[in-house]
Design a protein around this ligand. Structure first.
Ligand code: ZN
Length: 237
């Protein structure tokens, strides 16, 4: 399985002491490390249009996306290329603030808006679909000592599969793990992962991400562009 991690890596993120403390080996690099050493990390800096990703996209089975402050710089061409490849079979894992990323919104067709608060409260991430492959080995819930609070209403289409619901100390709840089928591909949105908390270093979160990559990876490869085919009637028996 070929995994590509596209992640913001601007100066603000790199030099933030809280991010450096949570991720001494680099933030995006730490996300990439979850998926094994053959994973490609494509950093995204301020002002770049994201086209560095195109070099790897057609060789990617699962694309992992983390974006927050640089969504607007990603070109529509890149977003369209990602959405197109998902519809042809590629898996997409959209992490945390990628709920506002261009490819995610293009695939979902909604605003992706939610309510949020950066208070460092704890989150209890409940498994609501225990038979689902993404939560294999995770237990009944994952306790995160600190996360950014995300709350409903989350403006997404009804998920095809709801895997996790997050509960936050302030009382909010959130659809934290959702699968959407788009064309031949699968999209997994996963809420935890604010950059100043070491969320991606927890074993339970790593397990979920690895499970998710296996789940959304194309089982029969990524196909050509979908098209309307004129076909003769099937033969009568
Ligand atoms: Zn955040």
């Amino acid at each position: 399985m070929k995994v590509t991690v596209f992640c913001e890596n601007d100066e603000g993120l790199r030099n933030n002491p809280r991010v450096r403390k949570a991720y001494p080996n680099g933030f995006g690099q730490s996300i990439a490390a979850v998926f094994g050493k053959n994973t490609v990390f494509v950093p995204h800096d301020k002002g770049e249009d994201g086209s560095a990703l195109l070099k790897y996209l057609e060789d990617t089975d699962v694309l992992v996306w983390w974006g927050h402050g640089l969504h607007k710089y990603v070109s529509d061409e890149v977003a369209e290329a990602v959405a197109d490849r998902v519809k042809r079979g590629m898996g997409l894992i959209a992490l945390h603030s990628s709920h506002m990323s261009k490819p995610f919104l293009k695939l979902l067709g909604t605003t992706g808006t939610l309510r949020w608060r950066e208070s460092g409260d704890n989150e209890r991430l409940w498994v609501v679909n225990p038979a689902h492959p993404i939560c294999e080995g995770v237990g009944e819930y994952v306790e995160l000592p600190h996360e950014e609070t995300y709350g409903e209403h989350f403006d997404i289409p009804a998920p095809d599969e709801l895997v996790f619901i997050g509960w936050f100390k302030g009382g909010e709840v959130f659809r934290s793990g959702c699968v959407f089928n788009r064309g031949f591909g699968k999209v997994f949105y996963f809420q935890p992962g604010h950059e100043t908390f070491p969320t991606f270093r927890y074993n339970s979160i790593k397990r979920i991400l690895k499970n998710a990559a296996s789940y959304v990876a194309p089982k029969h490869g990524v196909g050509p562009a979908l098209e309307c085919k004129h076909t003769p009637a099937p033969q009568k028996r």
